[in-house]
Design a protein around this ligand. Structure first.
Ligand code: FAD
Length: 317
């Protein structure tokens, strides 16, 4: 079923979550071990992230360094199929522009169609780790909106090559990313909203937000979206803090702020266990408020650490 239909068919706020493919070499069981404890909260769908290649340097026999392209977390499409097969819920793969040309994107989407996957989250993707800015594949897409255009073309039965006959149109429900605290490359929130509206006008039917820790930022974002004419469901993304490292890592990596009340509590923590406890308490507080607000769905970023999400969800769903 499509994400928007799951939302339309629900009267209450629903629970969903995002998982990462395991590091190359790990088994699918590690994915099931992360999902199993969360299935009691009846997620209508599970998102699976996509990870592009990284460049690493390996020393050759002659002592020189060789640049090698490595994909550390492959398997997004296979994991989606495995999830649907095992749990009978929808899987939402993330599809990115980075590292793909249009042909490869089309092939990936055809695979998804054949697997019965009805939803995708269309993203640009971040720059490769050692690049200062995002560089699009020469025959690929520069922005998520261009990827959305391609999916919409396929939904209309238009594939890349004219010789494609008898095209069986795809029927993907497309989601896009939104940033309550603005995307880090954007000049300001208004410009970012303008580009978000372009994604919706192109055919995206729902938005999933970047994580935020201050609900007021989400409320303001929804209000600004509505004022800009963005009327699709806006699914809040939530991430429980689970380690002391998150205190500096999350603001740095995701370009988000912690509200003062939370940072005051985190400053008192001296161990990972204490930080995790604060993260759970904050997650419960945030979730309760978002349910009262009437958020369509709460979407948790597990990042391989589902235990805190389970504790939060136990108090909410
Ligand atoms: P875009 O919508 O293309 O926007 C990127 C920037 O360009 C923004 O600053 C925007 O304002 C600007 N912009 C957009 N259109 C134009 C235009 N026409 N002209 C000028 N500027 C423009 N990354 C992954 O690699 N894999 C994942 O699985 C993944 N999952 C994610 C899930 C969620 C819910 C979110 C919020 C992010 C996720 N990301 C993922 C990270 C995402 O790829 C990065 O944040 C990326 O930098 C931007 O992606 P986007 O789709 O928002 O890009």
């Amino acid at each position: 079923m499509k994400v928007i239909d799951h939302i339309k068919n629900s009267t209450d706020t629903r629970f969903s979550f995002e998982i990462l493919p395991p590091l190359k070499g790990m088994s699918i069981q590690s994915i099931y071990d992360g999902i199993d404890p969360l299935m009691e909260f009846k997620p209508p769908f599970i998102n699976v992230t996509y990870h592009r290649e990284e460049h690493v340097y390996k020393e050759r026999n002659d002592g020189l360094l060789q640049k090698v392209s490595v994909r550390k977390r492959p398997g997004t499409v296979g994991i989606c199929a495995a999830i649907m097969n095992k749990y009978h819920v929808d899987a939402v793969p993330h599809i990115i522009c980075g590292g793909f040309n249009k042909e490869e994107t089309e092939n990936a989407l055809i695979d998804l169609q054949f697997l019965g996957i009805e939803n995708i989250l269309a993203l640009r993707g971040d720059p490769i780790k050692n690049e200062t800015h995002f560089i699009a594949n020469k025959a690929g897409h520069k922005y998520a909106v261009n990827l959305i255009d391609q999916v919409v073309e396929m939904n209309n039965g238009n594939f890349l090559h004219e010789e494609t006959g008898n095209s069986a149109a795809t029927d993907f429900c497309i989601g896009a990313a939104g940033y309550p605290e603005k995307h880090f490359e954007s000049m300001n929130l208004k410009t970012d909203l303008k580009h978000l509206k372009e994604k919706i006008d192109a055919g995206a039917e729902f938005i999933v937000t970047q994580m935020f820790f201050d609900n007021q930022k989400y409320f303001d974002f929804v209000k600004s979206c509505r004022e800009t004419g963005i009327n699709v469901p806006i699914i809040p993304g939530l991430k429980p803090i689970t380690t002391l490292k998150h205190i500096s890592f999350l603001p740095k990596f995701f370009h988000i702020d912690f509200p003062e009340e939370l940072s005051n509590e985190l400053e008192k923590c001296t161990s990972n266990a204490e930080a995790k406890e604060v993260g759970i308490e904050w997650g419960i507080k945030q979730s309760k408020e978002l349910v009262d607000y009437g958020a369509p769905l709460l979407h948790y970023y597990t990042m391989g650490k589902g235990a805190s999400v389970k504790k939060i969800a136990s108090e909410i769903f």
